[in-house]
Design a protein. Sequence first.
Length: 77
Amino acid sequence: MSEQPAPERQPLDAAAADAVRAYAANERAKTDLLASVLEDIAANGYPSPDGGVPWETARDGHLAELADLAGEQARVA
């Protein structure tokens, strides 16, 4: 660590602080999920390719969900 003093910080307003905390919680949840998948692979090995979903199928399903969300948001606005 450096012996230089830390720079002054500017406080956030309450809404910004809440938004940063929510973002941190979301990132922590995604990281925890990834860690649990990696721990499962370490304990049990890789999943069988026969039990998986082809990436094209997963992509098309995700794109369809996004299109549905975009359609719903357009109606609300």
